[in-house]
Ligand binder design. Structure first.
Ligand SMILES: Nc1ncnc2c1ncn2[C@@H]1O[C@H](COP(=O)(O)OP(=O)(O)O)[C@@H](O)[C@H]1O
Ligand SMILES: [Mg+2]
Length: 327
């Protein structure tokens, strides 16, 4: 569907409304259309997300998960865009537009913010992930299920190698993983609350996996490291933010909300899942051609991930042993 077709489609969905297409963003897995709707005094901004290479069931599940979080999460500090409708056969998902800045843009220094503000956003990210995990909790003894037909060899290898450790972890809950819990899928909006900001999660999971929460924790960590490899974040002001410190904050905030203190086995699992993420991202055939992220990842991987992977042991570079000892 092109821009005009989307506009026509929405006009049919919302009879009597004038529909103006404002902006189109081609992304890695989707095209995002931002539209203004107007009928007399009623004005609305909506986002229509059209998936690429989708299975209708995946689009339906993304909508169901977005709805489950939106209606289940009654928190004044974080939420998600309000779900509007889904047309799974056509790969269309519609939600309300949320104003704000992508956390990745703050980290990349494209939209620089002060360090206290960034810290606040990262604290909220940890809380939001904990909330997601509480809402998408599975039984503690629920067997792990990652779709073996999906191209997720690295994740599956991580799970197979981690079985023994899982029993020793303090973080025992099984969850439906968010899967792509990175700063690209977090939008932060300024407001007048005590925290001065509100967080929105976007891009909800499209698969019904059951896994340990460590996978999402590691994915966030990997996302921070990824951003850190590129200018301007890499060069401007040198220590404006630091991946280790931000991740420590994120993890502390998450653990506080989950009422859990991580042990050495938990940290091992996160470190191992981080390696799985690095390997997974190396597999360029699974990436689309669109958007900033795949291009960044590709460039980054050529220079950095080889060196990391060659270090062998999962604890190389992270987690710092200090943190492990404290735990
Ligand atoms: N409800 C929304 N309000 C404002 N911007 C949005 C909304 N949904 C998506 N976006 C923008 O579109 C981008 C891609 O959306 P996302 O759901 O993450 O798609 P993809 O699955 O392709 O990553 C986001 O990074 C964000 O900038
Ligand atoms: Mg996304």
């Amino acid at each position: 569907m092109n821009r005009d077709e989307v506009q026509e489609y929405i006009k049919e969905r919302y009879p009597g409304f004038t529909v103006k297409s404002k902006k189109t963003i081609p992304c890695r897995n989707s095209r995002i259309f931002m539209l203004d709707l107007c009928k007399g005094p009623i004005q609305d901004k909506i986002v229509v997300k059209i998936s690429r290479n989708y299975q209708p069931s995946e689009v339906a599940l993304e909508f169901a998960n977005l709805s489950r979080f939106y209606y289940g999460c009654k928190d004044e500090a974080f939420s998600s865009p309000q779900p509007l409708f889904v047309d799974a056969e056509k790969g269309i998902l519609a939600m309300r537009y949320v104003q704000g800045v992508n956390l990745a843009h703050m980290l990349h220094e494209i939209r620089p913010v002060s360090l206290p503000y960034l810290n606040g956003a990262v604290d909220l990210s940890g809380m939001a992930l904990a909330k997601f995990h509480r809402l998408f909790r599975q039984g503690e003894n629920e067997p792990i299920s990652i779709d073996y037909t999906a191209p997720e060899d690295d994740i599956n290898r991580f799970l197979a190698e981690s079985q023994e450790r899982m029993g020793e972890c303090n973080l025992k809950t099984m969850v439906t993983p968010f899967f792509d819990f990175t700063s690209w899928n977090i939008i932060i909006k300024n407001n007048r609350s005590k925290r001065g900001m509100m967080l929105y999660l976007i891009d909800f999971p499209r698969r019904d996996y059951v896994c340990t929460p460590h996978l999402d924790l590691a994915r966030f960590r990997f996302g921070l490291e990824l951003v850190k490899q590129f200018p301007p974040a890499k060069f401007f002001g040198l220590n404006r933010w630091d991946a280790d410190s931000l991740f420590d904050r994120f993890l502390s905030s998450y653990c506080r909300e989950m009422h859990v203190v991580l042990n050495q086995d938990d940290l091992w699992l996160i470190a191992r899942a981080r390696l799985a993420n690095i390997r997974r991202a190396q597999d360029l055939t699974r990436k689309g051609r669109y958007g900033l992220q795949p291009k960044l990842e590709q460039a980054y991987l050529q220079t950095f991930s080889r060196q990391w992977l060659d270090q062998g042991d999962v604890f190389s570079k992270w987690p710092r042993m200090g943190l492990a000892e404290k735990a």
